[in-house]
Ligand binder design. Structure first.
Ligand code: NAD
Length: 488
């Protein structure tokens, strides 16, 4: 398979810009994708500027209708998209199907928002004062490899709904689902009754207007940096590592560019002695093994109150060992490979050879970037495994004495993305949830991400919020207009 980028036709990018997509479960090549040169990225921005003006001029009801058609195209292709995600990212097929469904849901949810993007009418003397939620213009959405489809849609769907054009830069290792989504946007096909679109001069053969949603595969420091530095890109939505996030923030500062950052995490799973211990132990493996731990919300620090610590570990061990690693395309598989050999080396570096793991799963032999489910004991801050984001199937389990110590340990990290609290005491559940410095807490559950609710991090985990009822607001500027009613 050889994909074309959405860049300007012109000199083809050289081999140095090529992206080689590899199946992480087999190490077999899947596709070669030409990367986008800085020149092509600039041309894509110019086209997006023109497309955005026409898009923003459409009645919101028409924008909503087109986004719903885009959602329907995604819905009809969830299996195809899921299979692509399995091939390029090694996700289990069940996870990949949910991700494709999530893209459809995000588009539908955002479509409703397009029609409800209302302003205020503010009582003032001498006239009428109203506010408008104006689109920003062109938005760059820069996506990591761990959840290529949903994270692309978290940014793109509300940005489009609010009247912006989107340039999506997928991660180097996972450009295929993003490219397919761009194709589906164009294929959505316009309904006959959208005369407003004809009047606006938009291409009738297409779904979403051409150039409104472009996918620009390429290397981060080349294509990503070109978008971040471009004066006509009004906002950057960046999801990725904290180190790159800081560099992107510094580049945005030069032009006071709007920015949302979704960065890393080192989230706690706090289990109190009064919790439903069986449920807490049965659900803990998925909370750090889903997506092979390559999840910014992974509950990779399990904190357990001392009186139930040993019992919890007894219950945890069979639950962890029951998660079968293997062929991600097999629906019975619980855990796939890591994304790459480099990521496997990174994860290995956190598990000391001379420190036996408390729990250790098994993985297939042969090709594939496999790493076993691993639970470590005896690592406390500032030990690296206890404070740094490992982004692999590794959790550290630590005992605590009381509520104060639980909160202190939970907060002993520069990150603040998610966390879970297991207790039957409602008062404690609320006290601890309020005391943990993180954006997304769940009580007797490990749920962090729902498209209906706001998502984002405290501290080094990020800036701004995505998803939820206010998702579109992050892609608008508030404009205030005062209209005098005085006679002279
Ligand atoms: P990364 O920071 O290396 O890359 C993320 C994206 O940024 C990629 O598309 C990359 O090409 C691009 N990029 C790299 N350098 C750039 C530059 N100079 N300018 C512009 N773009 C650039 O991260 P990764 O290794 O792909 O992803 C893993 C990280 O993402 C983890 O640390 C994880 O915690 C984080 N993550 C966070 C969330 C969240 O919502 N908070 C969600 C998923 C992943």
């Amino acid at each position: 398979m050889h994909q074309q980028p959405a860049g300007e036709p012109g000199p083809a990018p050289g081999p140095e810009h090529e992206l080689h997509v590899v199946n992480p479960a087999t190490e077999q090549p899947v596709a070669t994708v030409p990367g986008t040169t800085p020149g092509q990225a600039g041309a894509a921005v110019r086209r997006a500027v023109r497309a955005q003006r026409r898009w923003a001029a459409l009645p919101p009801a028409d924008r909503a209708r087109l986004l719903r058609r885009f959602a329907a195209e995604v819905d009809a292709r969830t299996e195809e998209l899921a299979r692509l995600e399995v091939a390029e990212a090694g996700h289990t097929i069940g996870t990949a199907r949910r991700e494709a469904g999530n893209v459809r849901d995000l588009l539908e949810y955002a479509a409703g928002g397009a029609e409800r993007l209302t302003g205020l009418q503010i009582p003032v003397p001498g006239g009428v004062d109203v506010t408008f939620a104006e689109p920003l213009g062109v938005v760059a959405v820069i996506v990591p490899w761990n959840f290529p489809m949903p994270i692309a849609a978290w940014g793109a769907a509300p940005a489009l709904a609010a009247g912006n054009a989107v340039l999506l830069k997928p991660a180097e290792t996972t450009p295929l689902t993003a490219l397919r989504l761009a194709g589906l946007a164009l294929a959505a096909g316009l309904p006959e009754d959208l005369t407003a679109l004809r009047l606006a001069g938009l291409a009738l053969a297409a779904g979403l207007p051409e150039d409104l949603f472009q996918v620009l595969p390429g290397a981060g420091p080349v294509t990503g940096a070109a978008l971040v530095g471009h004066p006509d890109v009004a906002k950057v939505v960046f999801t990725g590592s904290a180190a790159t996030g800081r560099a992107v923030m510094a580049a945005c500062a030069r032009r006071v560019k709007r920015l949302t950052l979704e960065l890393g995490g080192k989230s706690p799973n706090i289990v109190f002695a009064d919790a439903d211990l069986e449920r807490a132990a049965a659900t803990a493996p998925a909370s750090f093994l889903d997506n092979t731990g390559q999840d910014c919300c992974a509950r990779s620090r399990i904190l357990v109150q001392r009186p139930v610590y040993e019992r919890f570990l007894e219950l945890l061990e069979p639950a962890v060992l029951a998660v079968r690693a293997g062929d991600p395309a097999d629906p019975a598989t619980g855990m796939g490979p890591l994304i790459s050999a480099a990521q496997r080396e990174r994860v290995r570096g956190y598990v000391p050879e001379d420190h036996p793991a408390a729990i250790r799963g098994t993985v297939p032999g042969g090709p594939g970037f496999w790493y076993p489910a691993t639970v470590l004991e005896g690592h406390r801050a500032p030990a690296r495994a206890a404070v740094e984001e490992i982004f692999g199937p590794v959790a550290v389990v630590t005992p605590f004495e009381d509520e104060d110590e639980a909160v202190r340990l939970a907060n002993a990290t520069e990150y603040g993305l998610s966390g879970s609290v297991w207790t039957r005491d409602v008062g404690r559940a609320l006290r601890v949830s309020r005391a943990v410095h993180a954006g997304n807490l769940s009580v007797n559950s490990h749920s962090s991400v729902r498209y209906w609710t706001p998502f984002g991090g405290f501290k080094q985990s990020g800036l701004g919020r995505e998803l939820g009822p206010d998702a579109l607001a992050a892609f608008t500027e508030t404009k205030n207009v005062f209209i005098s009613t005085e006679e002279d």
